[in-house]
Design a protein around this ligand. Structure first.
Ligand code: ZN
Ligand code: ZN
Length: 116
């Protein structure tokens, strides 16, 4: 597969990030790094230009810390409806969970009414 200059730069950035996290003691940071696995089916997602924009950040959260999730355009951690309602700040609900890591609130469909 031929990478454009921009794609190659993005992969290099993601690899470096994973290596830094691994160096800081992030066990599995390299194992989980799709940027290191050109034959992984998810690798193409890093190249298609679709990205997600992080809205919250938790330094202890592996999803927030790993820029590959955003680079793949996957759903990222979200604001907590209860924290934002109560003025505690944004809160943090991991993309793979339903409970806020700040207050423990579990969100559900009622928190995200669809319009129309
Ligand atoms: Zn997170
Ligand atoms: Zn919360």
């Amino acid at each position: 597969m031929e990478l454009s200059e921009e794609q190659a730069a993005r992969i290099a950035m993601l690899r470096e990030d994973a290596e830094n996290r691994y160096a800081e003691g992030g066990d599995g940071a390299l194992d989980h790094s799709v940027a290191h696995k050109p034959h992984d089916s998810a690798f193409a997602l890093l190249l298609d230009g679709k990205t997600s924009t992080p809205v919250v950040h938790d330094e202890r959260c592996y999803i927030c810390r790993d820029p590959e999730f955003a680079a793949m355009g996957l759903p990222l951690c979200r604001r907590c409806p209860d924290c934002t309602r109560s003025g505690r700040g944004d809160g943090h609900i991991p993309a793979d969970d339903t409970a806020c890591t700040v207050c423990g609130y579990e969100d559900g469909p009622d928190d995200y009414p669809t319009s129309g």
